[in-house]
Design a protein around this ligand. Sequence first.
Ligand code: ZN
Ligand code: CU
Length: 484
Amino acid sequence: MTKRYDLAIRNARILDGSGADSFTGDVGVSADRIVAVGDLGGSSADREIDAKGLAVAPGFIDAHTHDDGAVLHGADCMHCKLSQGVTSVVIGNCGISLAPATMKKRPPPPLDLVGTESAWAFPTFADYAEQLRRTPPATNAYALVGHMSLRVVAMDHDVQRAATDKEAAQMQQRLTDSLDQGASGLSSGLWYPPSRHAPTSEVIAVAEGLRSRGGLYVTHMRDEADGVIDSIEETLKIGRDSGSAVVISHHKCTNPENFGRSTETLALIDRAAQAQTVDFDVYPYAASSTALLPDRLRDDMAVQISSSEPYPDMKGRMLADIAKEWGVDQVTAAHRLLPAAAIYFMMDEADVQRIIAHPRSMIGSDGLPSNDMPHPRLWGTFPRVLGHYSRDLRLLSLEQAVHKMTGLTAKVFGMVDRGAIRPGAYADLVLFDPETVIDTATFTAPIQPARGITEVWVNGVSSYIGGQGVTGAANGRLITRNKA
Ligand code: ZN
Ligand code: CU
């Protein structure tokens, strides 16, 4: 009996996502699944691709995003991700999730990064999940519930204090309800003003809701600078006390006095990992990006404005230049630009490389799709790891690089049948040229699709074609954590 496939990709270099050595072979797809891997022989397919010279990998999983709004608005809004080979995104990070929350007024920064008042229209997670069913996302979405979102609602914007026991209990209840409705974990952003006054005990009280549901605790830690070690200890404690696996978001050591300390942080994480589950993600740049927070500025830190509501034309300009032009200091200039977002040049490239090379790190973009002049990570993260760090700098093998974007991420987040090329797995696939793949987005021209991504499939449907753009398909789904 000769098999017939919907799609046959032949003669490709197959990177199966496990980190194992690649091999040359064929991949057969029927409907939304991979059904055969190896030599498809004389079988036929509705669509045949001769992929000689190209590599095929599981579609990349973006371990850290703020695409809560973007996934609701069609394929064009996900062009930045599909063009990198991304087929699944983890949303609701840094304590910021669109659901479950409604806002009567503009939420405080950084919650406004995912939308102003009108975007916050999901009183329950079930409402958000229903919206994803009605208007499917162009990539799969895996959702976390943000502690900051829960906090601002439970405390009615009065957040410059610890939550009362009653408020923490309400947050925990809304978390468990959300987990029952398709969310997969809790995220926090304890560095940010709306969450800074949350003591560890409050976070543990909320995270306690993860225990019975097998949810994940993911955190933008309280401090990534001088207090980075204490913050890792706090994260580990929250994980232990709530019985949950933890993920440290966008791991970094910030400010010049902390450059080089990733040797300490990675050693601490490795030691802790012998006793509890702890993982982390990283983006491949030495600059961060978030809301513009005037009281966090330093004279020795270069800052580029990525959007400003009152001064949209200032996007892309350095804060120091704007301040000089206005004849004021940087803090005064920053206050005038609010609400605004910015890029902060405050990391050491050696730390970035050490963290990327560490076997436990996953790749996440942390891109901010709402910014007018976004950090280049929004369009460049995955091809930059493949082309710049793996191929050009040889920091890690192509197999390892792909593993950090696929199999490892699927395992950490508990995504079933994702991040792997094997019979039975979902047909989330990326076909790319390992010789040419590279990011083209820069700090001065950040909205640029990468080179070398040939085609991308989401659940078996062609969703992006290199040189042409998105196909318009929106074939993603809400995916949930395997609680096993
Ligand atoms: Zn963050
Ligand atoms: Cu983030």
